[in-house]
Design a protein around this ligand. Sequence first.
Ligand SMILES: Nc1ncnc2c1ncn2[C@@H]1O[C@H](COP(=O)(O)OP(=O)(O)O)[C@@H](O)[C@H]1O
Ligand SMILES: [Mg+2]
Length: 221
Amino acid sequence: MILFKNISKTYKVGDQEVKALDDVSFSIEKGKFTIILGPSGSGKSTLLNLLGGMDRVTNGTFIFDNQNITDLKDTELSNYRKDVVGFVFQFYNLIPSLTALENISIASQLTDNTSESEEFLNKVGLSHRRNNFPNQLSGGEMQRVSIARALAKKPKLLLCDEPTGALDSKTGQKIIELLKEASKDKNVAVVMVTHNNEFKQFADTIINLKDGKISSIIENK
Ligand SMILES: Nc1ncnc2c1ncn2[C@@H]1O[C@H](COP(=O)(O)OP(=O)(O)O)[C@@H](O)[C@H]1O
Ligand SMILES: [Mg+2]
C-alpha cells in the first residue's frame, strides 16, 4: 500500500538547514500494525507528517495505492488527507465545545464515507459518555474519542503520533490494544509513533529511527 523510496526531509530555519530525514526507504502493507520507534528528535513526527500528507518531501518518492503522492497538487493532497488518512494525536485535539458524539460526527461529515458516529463510540466502549464534553472526560477517554473520530472517517491509513504519551501505562496499554484491533481490518494500515520500547510486542513491523535514518526494520513473527 505504501512505498517510501529514498525520502529526505530538510527544514530551513533562517539560513540554517536541519536534515530531519536522510534517505529513508520502507514499505507498508494493508492490515498491518507498524511502529516507528526512536528517541526524541530522530525524525518520527516528520515521517508521520509526510505519510499523512501534512508536509512534503524534500527528495524521494512516496507512493500510496499506486498513486505518486509526491507529485500531487495542493488540492489533491488535501483530498488525500481528507479521504484516506485518520489522525490520532498525543493531546487528542478534540473540540472543547462539542460533546464526545459531536466530535466524532464532525470528522465523518468531512468525507463522503458516511458512517454512524454511535457505532464508533460504541466500538471504543464510550456509549455512556456520548453527551459529555472533553473537559468531563479522563485522558484515556478523550483518546478513545479521538480514535473513534479517526475511525469514523473510514481511513485507509491510521496515523498515531505518541498516542499514549500523555497517559499512564495501564491506560496506554488499552489504547494500543484498540489500535491493534483497528489494524485487523484488512483494508487499513495503522502506523504509530512512539519512544516506548514496551509496545514493540504489539506490532507486525518495527521501524527503528536514529538521527533521521533507519537503523533497522524488524518483522515480528
Ligand atoms: N518545522 C520544523 N522546522 C525546523 N526544524 C524542525 C521542524 N520539525 C522538526 N524539526 C527538527 O527535525 C528533527 C526531527 O524532529 P521530529 O520529526 O519532530 O522528531 P521526533 O518526532 O522523533 O522527536 C529535530 O531536529 C527537530 O528539531
Ligand atoms: Mg515527535
